[in-house]
Write a protein that binds this ligand. Structure first.
Ligand code: ZN
Ligand code: FE
Ligand code: FE
Ligand code: ZN
Length: 266
């Protein structure tokens, strides 16, 4: 069985990743992948919003880099995508972005729980200590739910990124997960198994088995992603992710081309 596609990979344009798309593609072939997708951090309407994404006028360069990888490695299916920050109020911008290039899919990710706090930012750990964990998790999953409801995205990225630094609430968050997954199922929005969590403090794939179980029960589709920020990370820990997906019952992953989905066997 061929490996599922690695649909979550970055490029140096986001200013915190290394290696050109051609190098990611070469690595993909080395590890036995037959399909990949670039989903670098998308620009904001305001280029100075933060310092970990490309500027809007770099989108054409991004597309060219991905096209270069396509030209150099015709034996590999290479999808063109973006990882878009979902922030309430940014919907019009996201719609504009989605019309700019022929994207194969858009990953909607929540990093921001307020206009200036990304829960996964290592320099902003002090925020965590001054906040109620349950409240942060509540806002995080509310935003994920809104992202699924918006129908702007094909896939929701790292659906429990909020656990990255192990700030877990002491109450059961199942109702938050249920509400999000209900929206994902209803709006045909997939979630990804993102192996980057294994490389972070939480030492666990995003999302946790408990969430994936609920997702399977509700019929939410899945994709796979390494969230590679360097060529070495392409396809990383896919065996573990496939094992996890199969163990909760998944037999297929979702393939995207031109924002249309089809099933592929797992
Ligand atoms: Zn990144
Ligand atoms: Fe992300
Ligand atoms: Fe990412
Ligand atoms: Zn990411």
């Amino acid at each position: 069985m061929p490996l599922p596609a690695d649909y979550h990979m970055h490029t140096p344009l986001c200013r915190h990743a290394a290696g050109e798309p051609v190098e990611y593609a070469a690595r993909a072939i080395e590890v036995g992948l037959t399909e990949i997708g670039f989903s670098d951090h998308s620009p904001m309407r305001q280029d100075n919003f933060d310092e970990w994404r490309m500027n809007a006028d770099q989108l054409s360069e991004y597309v060219e880099k991905v096209e270069k990888a396509r030209a150099d490695y015709p034996q590999l299916k290479i999808r063109l995508a973006l990882e878009v920050d979902y922030i309430p109020g940014h919907e019009d911008w996201i719609r504009e972005l989605s019309a700019m290039y022929p994207w194969d899919y858009l990953i909607g990710s929540v990093h921001y729980v307020s206009d200036d706090w990304e829960v996964d930012h290592p320099d902003k750990l002090s925020e965590w200590r001054s906040r109620d964990k349950m409240q942060v998790w509540g806002v995080y999953f509310d935003r994920l739910t809104m992202a699924a409801e918006s129908r702007l995205f094909d896939i929701i990225g790292h659906a429990d990124l909020v656990k990255k630094f192990c700030f877990y609430p002491d109450r059961d968050c199942t109702p938050l997960f249920e509400r999000f997954l209900h929206s994902a199922a209803k709006n045909n929005t997939a979630i990804e198994l993102n192996t980057a969590g294994l490389r972070k403090e939480c030492r666990e794939i995003y999302p946790a088995r408990h969430i994936l179980n609920l997702a399977f029960t509700r019929g939410v589709r899945v994709t796979f992603g390494s969230d590679a920020h360097k060529p070495d990370e392409v396809g990383m820990d896919f065996e573990a992710a496939i094992r996890l997906a199969r163990s909760v019952g998944y037999t297929h992953w979702s393939r995207y081309a031109g924002r249309e989905f089809s099933y592929a066997r797992l």
